[in-house]
Unconditional design. Structure first.
Length: 525
């Protein structure tokens, strides 16, 4: 077997205007650290090609990096996630999708809040799916409801509903007849999906009715539907597991009933999550303790973290003074901070092995990079939000300067590398094959000052095709782009001369291309 020994030393250089920057390169500038996200080289902190990776002198650690195992992506939220105010291709979800070559379904709806995001997530993400999702929502809720107790409860339970749904391994909709589910008393079918829940469920109107669910797992999700206490009044209940002491809860006054123009928010998801249970058979009993409606949506269980697709949860960006003054105007920096703290608290309820990425949006976003409405970001603002997502969700195989990749064992019998392969801001193979390779393959060598990249079939010395793949393919010479191949266009940099004679004086030889001042392409004869 081939032995691969890798020694990597990450090297950060000082930025200058002549750098040949590539995506993932790191620089320091004005005592701050930046990483390139576009392959271009505007000034860090001024242009949009670099994102700052140091905040008050603190850089992200390797533990911030995770592995991406899916190409399907769905984004949830309000008008900022929908990209309002961004020019085509410049909202943060599109930039993120382009970076990782993801297929993005953007399910965000402008003006809506957490209840709508939970409803859509429950409807579209199911246990069999392997879908990366992102969520940026809550701004509209606090702009309308401030930090009222019922508004914050609605947001908290919405966050929990979405996280649980992202990681569901299996669930039992209580409208389904199942041997593990026992219903005592009369329970009536209920459409949970219409108010942010998942599928259907059942509700009770009689005190003393109960449901018992038997399961074997170390975690449990109890999903229900709560009410605002004004237009809708839902009931109280006790929960006991394995006959232990009952804990009392209420579904009432857990959502704010503040309309977003389409959803009344009088009903919303309510989640109880239990983890750390012994991995054996358990029975949970939910007992109705009054005569108000008690809707139980489902009992469910989360996958092991290693089998879960990630969820990216963005902290809500603060607004400037004009943005806060724009109706509805019940938000403030203090309330946005409280909202983001609540998001972090909800994430803290789950085992930290689950792939939940919290995005520190306000570490990157400048509140004055907004459009004319003072609420939605402009293109620079969207780029900054994208940079914050990239910072939280780096998927990097990082072989930077000074890396050495040593192959020091046998290949196909007697074929060996006699010297080292060096990766040093590029790829250089110094040394020779001994003996020469046989069969088909790719050979990279460097002889007499010329680098050769060859696809071959050694038997019969047959050259093979080389296909270069990428979103844009750019051919450079001495750091300058000479040809760019895009989806629908080809741009080739060729010199301009008035005629064949002038081209010869300029140094061109026969068969070289040039163009005239009118744009006519010619061949030097």
């Amino acid at each position: 077997m081939t032995q691969i020994i890798q020694k990597t030393e990450n090297k950060t250089v000082t930025w200058n205007a002549n750098l040949r920057s590539r995506v993932g390169d790191s620089v320091t500038h004005n005592s701050k650290e930046y990483t390139n996200t576009t392959g271009k080289n505007s000034e860090p902190g001024v242009g949009v090609d670099w994102f700052q990776t140091s905040v008050d002198g603190v850089s992200p650690t390797e533990s911030d990096s995770k592995t991406l195992s899916t190409k399907t992506y769905e984004s949830y939220g309000d008008s900022i996630t929908a990209g309002q105010g961004a020019t085509a291709g410049n909202d943060y979800t599109e930039l993120f999708s382009d970076l990782y070559d993801l297929t993005n379904t953007n399910r965000a709806i402008g003006g809506r809040g957490i209840q709508k995001s939970a409803q859509l997530h429950n409807a579209n993400i199911n246990p069999i799916d392997n879908t990366l999702t992102s969520l940026l929502v809550g701004l509209n809720d606090v702009r309308r409801g401030g930090n009222g107790v019922k508004t914050m409860s609605k947001i908290t339970n919405g966050y929990k509903a979405i996280i649980c749904n992202q990681f569901l391994d299996r669930f039992l909709d209580t409208s389904i007849v199942d041997s593990n589910l026992v219903l005592s008393g009369t329970w009536i079918n209920y459409n949970s999906a219409s108010v942010g829940g998942k599928n259907f469920g059942k509700y009770s109107q009689v005190s003393g009715n109960y449901m018992e669910y038997t399961f074997k797992d170390s975690n449990l999700v109890l999903a229900m539907i709560c009410s605002d206490g004004v237009a809708q009044v839902h009931g109280s209940f006790d929960v006991s597991i394995d006959g232990g002491a009952a804990v009392s809860y209420s579904l009432n006054n857990k959502t704010d009933g503040i309309s977003d123009g389409a959803d009344s928010n009088t009903l919303s998801p309510f989640i109880l999550y239990f983890e750390g249970l012994e991995d054996k058979e358990h029975t949970i009993r939910v007992t109705h303790t009054d005569t108000n409606n008690l809707p139980i949506n489902y009992f469910g269980h989360l996958k092991q973290p290693k089998f879960c697709s990630p969820i990216i949860m963005l902290e809500t960006a603060r607004l400037n003074a004009a943005g806060y003054a724009t109706a509805p105007s019940n938000a403030s920096d203090l309330i946005i901070n409280e909202l983001n703290t609540e998001l972090n608290n909800v994430v803290g309820l789950f085992n930290d092995s689950y792939p939940i990425f919290i995005v520190k949006t306000n570490d990157f976003y400048d509140i004055d990079n907004v459009g004319v409405d003072n609420v939605h970001p402009n293109d620079i603002g969207y780029r900054q939000i994208y940079n914050s997502v990239y910072d939280a969700f780096k998927v990097v195989i990082d072989l930077k300067a000074e890396s050495i990749l040593q192959l020091d064992n046998t290949f196909e019998g007697e074929n060996t590398f006699e010297e080292k392969t060096k990766i040093n801001n590029g790829l250089e193979i110094s040394g020779t094959f001994s003996p020469a390779p046989t069969g088909e393959g790719i050979e990279i060598d460097y002889n007499s000052g010329i680098a050769y990249f060859t696809a071959f079939k050694r038997i019969g010395a047959i050259w093979k095709d080389i296909i270069i793949r990428g979103k844009d393919v750019i051919i450079q010479s001495s750091g300058v782009a000479k040809a760019t191949f895009k989806t629908n266009t080809v741009n080739i940099v060729i010199p301009t001369y008035s005629d064949d004679t002038a081209a010869g004086v300029g140094g061109l030889i026969a068969d070289d291309m040039y163009k005239t001042v009118t744009g006519e392409v010619r061949i030097k004869i």
